[in-house]
Each structure stands twice: as structure tokens, then as C-alpha cells.
Design a protein around this ligand. Structure first.
Ligand SMILES: C[S@@+](CC[C@H](N)C(=O)[O-])C[C@H]1O[C@@H](n2cnc3c(N)ncnc32)[C@H](O)[C@@H]1O
Length: 410
């Protein structure tokens, strides 16, 4: 069949729930959003650069064997975190100011940092949100490899929590968890009149009782969420990817179903996965075009809008359209990524990370059927279906470098 490249600004994948990811500089995208929809966001979680002075990478799985954990991985630069102190302060100011405008009056913002940036951002955030609106300094402590002898091993991140007003909507009880074994050890044991086991502590003349089978709201030190270990199946190869459990706790405690959650540095889409699972709307922003591929992988069946991340070059491929009675079928019969200096790829279908069949409406591609490689499904179907009423079919191909190419099928 004959295919013709198409210029597309936005892609929509149909589903239930709502997520959107935009490739843009957070400063500009937030400013635009704040002007268009002030007060529209209930929860902002951000995991920005931390002034580490490092270049970060994404290790991408190539083809079915790569996704099965076998041979096939390439490494691409994802972002560089090399701002100096003055640049960083100016950057965070440009990010936090529009965030304040975007937050609803009862909204909350979680700013994920480490020892390098926490003190600086605390002073800045006090100024922008108001010292009175500082809610918590959360400590996420984890175990990871490496112990220095020159200083105590740095094994925690800091998450600053601010509200916009005093009338904020935080329901910590929704993030309650069962008491961990190590915390139980500091408490005395008891059994009530119904035979239910509990632990208790007497403090300031008051007795605090915690039932073993009853979840307890977390304190400001979180030790029960593991760092992503090397072999964690959640790992998508993106440096600094956070565990879904961490985002689940934040989203459950600080938003309600139907609320909008915003992550202006969404990276590998951790907040998106947690938000969509919990029935929240999600908006993500990132400068790294790979964020679109991750967003598709983390979609969980929700409808997803993708914007930005211009494609360059073009893959070589062939498709066949087979008309049917109830639906048409599109077959991808050959695919080869054009040569790239960034990462030489194996021959064959391996360069393909996903594809979709649909139609183009103005400057938007609407996907009716799509496939992307996942741990749970490393192989790709090379046949997609299209409703019979689609008169001008189109396809989108995504390669392992995260580039997306759109074509009309003639
Ligand atoms: C620490 S990572 C976020 C990881 C993410 N929380 C996750 O779980 O995958 C920081 C992200 O900020 C993005 N970034 C850096 N500068 C940016 C900017 N000016 N605007 C938007 N995103 C930016 C990087 O591309 C990177 O994905």
C-alpha cells in the first residue's frame, strides 16, 4: 500500500479515564496552563532535577527479547542536571510560581528533593506559598547499595508539602497502612475484651492504641516503601524513576477520584500510573520525548492524549489493509528504523516499540487500536483492527528511541 507522512500535533488513544502528557519545558507549559486554567489542579507532585551535576540516561529494551529480559538494550541520554545554584533557584522560581496559580484553593503540592536542593527550595517555597502553608517535610528513607566511610550513607529523599491556603484537603487516613514489624517492636502488646491484638504506648499520660489488623495513618517518615531495586519488574530503565507505591500514597492522601493530578517532571510516568489507577485525571509535562512512550506503556486502558515530541527521519515499512465485513484489518508487514547515530539497532522488527491504527482529524491522530511492548506482553501484534466507517486510515509507528511517525494509508 502507499503511505504518506502526515504532520500531527496531538495523538489521542481512546479509553476510560483521562491522562495527558505534553513534551515541553515545564516553565513555559505551566505558565500557559496557569493563564488558561487557574485553580484547576488539586494535587501537584513534582520530582524535578536536584542539582546533582549529572547526565542521566534511559536504558531501553529492544524488541521482544529485550522486553523478555534477554539480549537487546540500548542507552540514550534522557536529561542533564547541571544547573548551578543561581540557575537552579531561578528555574525553581519559574516552576513554582505558576504551580501556585494552578492549584485549587484546597490543593496541595509535593516537591520531591534530596539533601542537595531541599534547603534552597524550602526557603523559596516558603516565600511563594507562605510559611503558614508549609504542611510537612516528609522523609522517604530507603535501603540501596553503597556505604560511604567519609559521611553517613545518604539514604533518604525529602518531600516538601505545601498547601495553597489553610483550607486544604488532606485525608491521611486514606493512605493508612498496617503497622510494620519494626515499628511494632517499640510498642507494648495488649489484647482487648474481644480478643483483638493491639500495640500501645503511653505518652504524656495518654494511651495510644494501634490494632494490629487496623491500618495506621503514616507519620512524616516513610520507611516502608522500597527504592526500585535492580531487578524490580517496575523498572523501565529510566534513571531516577520512582516506585508506584510512593505515588499511590501521595495521591490517595491528597486527592479524590475525579480530581486533576499534575506532574510537571513526569519522566517514566510513575505518577500517571498511580493517578489513573486511583481514578484521577492526570497531566504530565517533561522535556524528554521518551515520556510519551512511557505514558503509553503506563496507560492502563485510560484515554491518553500525547502532545509534542516532533519526529525526525522516517522508518521504512509496509502495511496491508484488508477490508472486512464488520471491521477492517491493517497488517504491518515490514519495519526498519532508519539508521541512527544514537544507537545502532538490530535488523528486522526489533526497532519497533509500538504502533497504532486510526485516522487523522485536522492535526490530531485518533488511535482506534494500538499495541506497545510491555513486560507482561513483550511481543507485538502485527495486525490491528479499524472500524469500517474509517474512510482515511492512518498509522502511527513508535520506534525504540521513542520517536513517533504518522502516515496516512492510501
Ligand atoms: C527525577 S526525573 C523524574 C522521574 C519521574 N518522577 C519518574 O518516576 O519517572 C526528572 C525529570 O525532569 C525532566 N526535566 C528536566 N528539566 C525539565 C524541564 N525544564 N521541563 C520539564 N521537564 C524537565 C527530565 O527529563 C526528567 O524526566
Amino acid at each position: 500500500m502507499y503511505v504518506e507522512p502526515a504532520v500531527v500535533r496531538r495523538e489521542t488513544l481512546m479509553g476510560e479515564g483521562e491522562a495527558k502528557v505534553v513534551i515541553a519545558d515545564a516553565r513555559e507549559a505551566l505558565k500557559r496552563m496557569a493563564a488558561e486554567r487557574p485553580g484547576s489542579v488539586s494535587l501537584i507532585y513534582m520530582d524535578p532535577p536536584f542539582m546533582t551535576g549529572q547526565q542521566f540516561y534511559a536504558r531501553l529494551r529492544v524488541g521482544e527479547s529485550g522486553w523478555k529480559g534477554g539480549k537487546g538494550e540500548i542507552q540514550l541520554p534522557s536529561y542533564s542536571d547541571t544547573m548551578n545554584r543561581e540557575e537552579y533557584a531561578a528555574f525553581m522560581r519559574d516552576v513554582l510560581l505558576p504551580c501556585r496559580e494552578l492549584l485549587a484553593d484546597d490543593g496541595l503540592i509535593f516537591i520531591h528533593l534530596d539533601y542537595r536542593a531541599a534547603a534552597r527550595v524550602r526557603i523559596l517555597a516558603d516565600e511563594i506559598f507562605g510559611e503558614n502553608n508549609f504542611v510537612n517535610e516528609l522523609i522517604w528513607a530507603y535501603e540501596s547499595g553503597g556505604r560511604s566511610r567519609r559521611f553517613f550513607a545518604r539514604k533518604h529523599d525529602v518531600i516538601l508539602l505545601y498547601s495553597k491556603t489553610q483550607d486544604y484537603d488532606l485525608h491521611i487516613e486514606d493512605a493508612a497502612t498496617l503497622l510494620r514489624q519494626d515499628r511494632k517492636n517499640h510498642l507494648s502488646r495488649g489484647v482487648d475484651e474481644d480478643g483483638r491484638a493491639y500495640r500501645f504506648i503511653v505518652s504524656g499520660g495518654k494511651t495510644y492504641r494501634y490494632y494490629e489488623d487496623e491500618p495506621v495513618p503514616p507519620s512524616d517518615v516513610w520507611t516502608d516503601i522500597s527504592h526500585l531495586q535492580q531487578r524490580d519488574p517496575q523498572r523501565l530503565g529510566y534513571d531516577n524513576q520512582k516506585p508506584v507505591k510512593l505515588l499511590e500514597r501521595i495521591i490517595k492522601a491528597a486527592s479524590r477520584p475525579g480530581d486533576t493530578v499534575l506532574d510537571p517532571f513526569c519522566g517514566a510516568g510513575t505518577a500517571q500510573e498511580a493517578a489513573v489507577k486511583a481514578g484521577r485525571r492526570f497531566i504530565g509535562i517533561d522535556t524528554c520525548p521518551l515520556a510519551l512512550s512511557y505514558a503509553e506503556k503506563r496507560r492502563g486502558g485510560a484515554s491518553l492524549t500525547l502532545e509534542g515530541g516532533e519526529a525526525c527521519g522516517a522508518p521504512e515499512f509496509d502495511v496491508d489493509l484488508v477490508p472486512g465485513i464488520t471491521e477492517n484489518r491493517i497488517y504491518l508487514t515490514r519495519f526498519k528504523v532508519d539508521d541512527t547515530d544514537l544507537a545502532p539497532l538490530p535488523e528486522g522488527f526489533d526497532g519497533l516499540d509500538g504502533w497504532a491504527a486510526g485516522y487523522i482529524n485536522g492535526d490530531e491522530f485518533v488511535a482506534c487500536d494500538s499495541e506497545t511492548r510491555l513486560f507482561t506482553k513483550p511481543g507485538l501484534e502485527l495486525c490491528l483492527s479499524l472500524p469500517i466507517e474509517v474512510e482515511d486510515p492512518a498509522v502511527r509507528l513508535t520506534d525504540v528511541l521513542g520517536r513517533r511517525f504518522f502516515f496516512r494509508v492510501k
